[in-house]
Each structure stands twice: as structure tokens, then as C-alpha cells.
Write a protein that binds this ligand. Structure first.
Ligand SMILES: *Cc1c(COP(=O)(O)O)cnc(C)c1O
Length: 495
């Protein structure tokens, strides 16, 4: 498939239009008499909005959408966060007024349907994870982690223990140590062994009466299942700590293994990763936290309860860590997840897991012969994702993971996650999910072969990529800097 992205020299909305132009008539705008009755110093300032016609607005956003990439154009193989299939019916539901307009202070009688959905979703999540109860409040995985860490803290406090260390593997996502330290813990890092799993000896050496718990992602961020998870849980429990499951990679075991059966006491799930909701562009998300029965009393208030007279929000929970977000959480995201779970069913989830794992291992096998690319940390089967190293290519040719990612763009393919996990040098991390076809995966293999060939023969050409996209190489730092965005917004280009 030939690829060339649409390119427009698209100005900001603020730079379009003309003074006095308008796309809509605001009622009352012309009522000058009314305006006169308001004292000048109390009147609102005129809003600094773009003055632009309807057609200009529509064309502006349509052009921008054509310069963009999305899951509806091609694969979006970001690893580290399962990038889920999101059936269109979920969108219809999530955009319904009842979902978008729900308010935490609404009369409880008017939200019975929403509460029933939350109640049923909670039951489904407990079944999938082997937990006892869930809070659906947290806005994303990271907030779920903070919620979980606060539960761990209160659990130890109530028992009169002053444990202040959380163990985190060096393969962990950056939010793990960040959440633990926001909850007041000291982070103790344990290294990954040559097999891509946690080094048990180092873990044992890190345990003490200060150990409050351990955060683990399984399959881990290398896509490898931690085979000794049960043994690790025994060690942590033996030392008096709790086991926290970072569920970002649940896709790799969903429908087959329950974290609860592996000895985890708390989990967060990223509904926007494993159970529908596209998230490649960032938020909103939902990061429910589930716990075993002995921790349920610490969950945030309110929880959804079913009574003989219908559903209600239960606030009277004296040991709760408190409220972490509005009672309905990210309700449209919860709704998407619920619809997804209903449409998949138990066997559908298991199949999606198996096909995702099959896709990953097919890809891993096919790329393993490509010059300059290696799959570090042993030959264990991967689960839903695989981390590849381009270190060998970089050392010989100077072409790094970033260059490879940019070269993929020129071949009409979205780049994978790069430079994560941190323990893989020149890392490219791929995940295809269950929905990509064999041909899609083969296109990536062919592209990577072609890129490898060019890296060893004409690297300077690769370094110029991307040339077929609407923008070429950006200054990565400036492009991400919030100040740059602010200045752009005000119509001033930063220098
Ligand atoms: C994405 C991710 C998180 C954080 O989740 P958010 O929903 O982005 O806040 C934590 N751990 C891992 C392994 C992840 O991939």
C-alpha cells in the first residue's frame, strides 16, 4: 500500500476568519439596552474567541483529522499499554446523554440504571480477577495505584505497624514508584534477571520488617509472564507485606489466569487498555481497584450496594481511605467496558487473550532473523507484547530506535512505543492485540526488514525520515513542552 499522508499548511483556528465573522447567532447578543444596565466594571470582558464561519470550522477540523493517524486508518501497535479494540456500539452508548450528563448529586432514583451497570461491572471484574470488591472511581491506572498504595498504608497503620517500603521491579512502569512515593512510601527497586523475570535472591535480600508490599506487573513490561509470581507472593506475605497487581497488561492472561489466584491482594485494571476505549491520544480512562475481602473496608467511599428497594451509594464506611473521585468515576468508560465484557463473554475474553498472544509470538518469531534487531531477556514465549532491542543496529550503523520509528511512519505504519521499558537498550515495544490480521503484522515485518537493509547500506537516508507525513522531524523537547503549547495557543510562535 502506497502511503503519503495528507498535508495542509493548517493555521491555528485563531489565525483563521476575520473580525466580526460568526458561525452562529447568539440570542440576546443584539440587546444593547440590557448591556447598558450592567455597570462597566462588572461586565464580562468580550471573550477572545476566533471569529470564524461554520464552513471554516468544519474544514479546519476535517483537514486536521486527515493529517492525523488513528486506529481506523491502520494498526496502532503501542506496547506497554494494551491498545484495545473498541467496537462502534460502545461509542454510541458512551456518547448517550445519560452517560455524558450524569451528575454525582443527581437524585438516586434517576440513576438506578447507571448504578445497576456499575454493580454488574464490579461483579464481572471480581470474577475476572479473583478479587472480592472493586471501587470504580479512579480515573486511570496511575490513580488506581495511588488508591491501592493508600489502602496498603492504612492496612498497616490499623495493625499498628510502621512499614514504609514498597518493592518495585526495575522493569516497572514509572507510575509505580511515583504512586508509592506519593502515598509516603520509600521505593526499593529489585533488578530483573537474565530470564526477564524478577531476581529472587535480590528480592529476598530486599525484604525486611519495613516491607509494606510489592507492586508487580504480570505479564511484565517485557511481555514475559513472571512464572514465580506465586512464590514471590509467598515471600512478600511471609515478610508481612501485601501484593499489588498492576493490571495494565491483563490482556496477556485475561480469561485464563486470575491475579487473585496468584496471591495478589489488590489489583488495578486499566479499563481503557484491556476492556475497550481507545487511548492512544491520552485520557480519559478508568482504573478500578479491586481487593481481597480482608481489604474491602479500606476501599474509597461510596460503594454501590444493591438493596431490596434498588441500588444506592453506601457512604458509611468508617475505615475507608476516603473519596478519590466523583461517585460515578469515568462513567462513559465504565459503560464501554461493560458493553465490551457483555459482547465478549467468558469464552470471548479467553479467545482474545490467546489470539493476542499468538499474534505477538508470530511477530517475534518473524522479526528474530532481522539484522541488527534482537529480543533480549531470553527465549521465553511472550504474552501480549514484545520488547525488541535495536542496540546492535545502533552500534554498527548509528541508526537508533527513534530513527526506526520515524522510518516506519514513512511506510504508512504507526510506530510502536519506543525507549520503554527502560531496561531494554534502544527499545521498540510492539503489541498487536487480537484484532490485527496476519497481513497487518506481515507489513510490519517487511517494513522492519527494509529498514534494516537501509540502515546497513544507506543510513543517512533513514535519518531523514519521515518525509511522507504531514510534519517531519519535530524537536522532541519543544513539541512536548507545555509552554510551547501555551504560546502557540496565544498565537505567538515560540522561538
Ligand atoms: C499504562 C500503564 C500504567 C499507568 O496507567 P494509566 O492508565 O496510563 O495511568 C501503569 N503500569 C503499566 C505497566 C502501564 O502500562
Amino acid at each position: 500500500m502506497m502511503f503519503k499522508q495528507a498535508t495542509f499548511e493548517e493555521p491555528l483556528l485563531f489565525d483563521l476568519g476575520r473580525k466580526g465573522r460568526s458561525g452562529i447567532d447568539i440570542p440576546g447578543e443584539g440587546d444593547r439596552d440590557l448591556a447598558k444596565t450592567i455597570p462597566k466594571k462588572m461586565a464580562r470582558q468580550k471573550l477572545q474567541l476566533p471569529e470564524i464561519s461554520q464552513v471554516e470550522v468544519v474544514r479546519h477540523f476535517t483537514r486536521l483529522s486527515q493529517m492525523n493517524w488513528g486506529i481506523d486508518i491502520g494498526p496502532y501497535p503501542l506496547g506497554s499499554c494494551t491498545m484495545k479494540y473498541n467496537p462502534r456500539i460502545n461509542e454510541d452508548l458512551a456518547w448517550a446523554d445519560e452517560a455524558q450528563g450524569i451528575h454525582p448529586l443527581q437524585d438516586i432514583e434517576t440513576v438506578q440504571g447507571a448504578l445497576e451497570i456499575m454493580y454488574r461491572l464490579e461483579r464481572a471484574l471480581t470474577t475476572i480477577t479473583g478479587m472480592s470488591r472493586f471501587t470504580l472511581q479512579p480515573a486511570a491506572g496511575a490513580q488506581g495505584e495511588l488508591t491501592g498504595c493508600l489502602i496498603i498504608r492504612n492496612y498497616h497503620r490499623l495493625r499498628g505497624e510502621s512499614r514504609d517500603e514498597i518493592i518495585v521491579p526495575d522493569s516497572a512502569h514509572g507510575t509505580n514508584p511515583a504512586s508509592a512515593s506519593m502515598a509516603g512510601f520509600k521505593v526499593v527497586e529489585v533488578p530483573t534477571g537474565d530470564d526477564g523475570c524478577i531476581n529472587l535472591e535480590m528480592l529476598q535480600a530486599a525484604l525486611s520488617d519495613r516491607t509494606a508490599g510489592m507492586m508487580m506487573t504480570n505479564p511484565n513490561t517485557l511481555g514475559i509472564f513472571e512464572n514465580r509470581a506465586k512464590k514471590i507472593a509467598e515471600l512478600i506475605h511471609g515478610a508481612g507485606g501485601l501484593m499489588y497487581y498492576d493490571g495494565a497488561n491483563l490482556q496477556g492472561i485475561v480469561g485464563i489466569v486470575k491475579p487473585g489466584d496468584l496471591g495478589f491482594d489488590l489489583v488495578h485494571l486499566n479499563l481503557h487498555k484491556t476492556f475497550a476505549t481507545p487511548h492512544g491520544g491520552g485520557g480519559p480512562g478508568a482504573g478500578p481497584v479491586g481487593v481481597k475481602a480482608n481489604l474491602a473496608e479500606f476501599l474509597p467511599v461510596p460503594l454501590v450496594e444493591r438493596t431490596r428497594d434498588g441500588y444506592r451509594l453506601e457512604w458509611d464506611r468508617p475505615l475507608s481511605i476516603g473519596k478519590v473521585r466523583g461517585a460515578f468515576g469515568s462513567f462513559p468508560i465504565l459503560l464501554r467496558a461493560y458493553a465490551y465484557l457483555l459482547s465478549m463473554g467468558t469464552s470471548g475474553l479467553e479467545t482474545s487473550c490467546k489470539v493476542a498472544v499468538l499474534n505477538t509470538n508470530y511477530f517475534a518469531k518473524r522479526i528474530s532473523g532481522i539484522k541488527g534487531l534482537t529480543i533480549p531477556f531470553g527465549n521465553a514465549m511472550r504474552k501480549h507484547e514484545v520488547a525488541i532491542s535495536a542496540e546492535a543496529m545502533f552500534k554498527k550503523t548509528g541508526i537508533n530506535a527513534l530513527d526506526i520509528a520515524k522510518a516506519l511512519l514513512d511506510r504508512g505504519l504507526h510506530a510502536p512505543t519506543i525507549y520503554f521499558p527502560l531496561i531494554v537498550k534502544e527499545c521498540l515495544m510492539f503489541e498487536f492485540t487480537d484484532t490485527e490480521t496476519l497481513e497487518s503484522i506481515d507489513r510490519y515485518v517487511d517494513a522492519l526488514k527494509d529498514i534494516s537493509r537501509m540502515a546497513y547500506s544507506e543510513p543517512e537516508k533513514l535519518r531523514a525520515s519521515p518525509l511522507r507525513t504531514s510534519v517531519t522531524r519535530l524537536d522532541e523537547v519543544r513539541a512536548n513542552h507545555p509552554l510551547t503549547m501555551c504560546l502557540r495557543y496565544r498565537g505567538k510562535r515560540p522561538d
